[in-house]
Write a new protein. Structure first.
Length: 89
């Protein structure tokens, strides 16, 4: 299960479905806005899933409206923090 590794970074993985070899997962917590989340899915989780379930051909991230709002809020916050930083000459 990938969850313990992901949980160490403040996130979690929720199984959403499996169809035609594609595993649908929703990343939660810190993983939602993490820039490494696609790498986590494409390499770590996909490799682990294929090891145990050879029928798996790919892993896709599923987002819902809450994820989109959370990601937008986080991006806005980061932008404001960058604007507050003193400029170096």
């Amino acid at each position: 299960c990938p969850s313990p590794t992901v949980q160490e970074d403040g996130g979690d993985v929720e199984f959403r479905g499996f169809r035609d070899g594609v595993v649908s997962l929703r990343l939660q917590g810190a993983c939602t806005s993490c820039p490494s989340s696609s790498l986590t899915l494409s390499s770590g989780i996909l490799n682990m899933m294929q090891f145990y379930i050879p029928e798996v051909t790919s892993v896709e991230q599923v987002k819902d409206d809450v994820d989109d709002v959370t990601e937008k809020t986080f991006e806005d916050f980061e932008k404001k923090q960058e604007e507050k930083k003193p400029q170096r000459p």
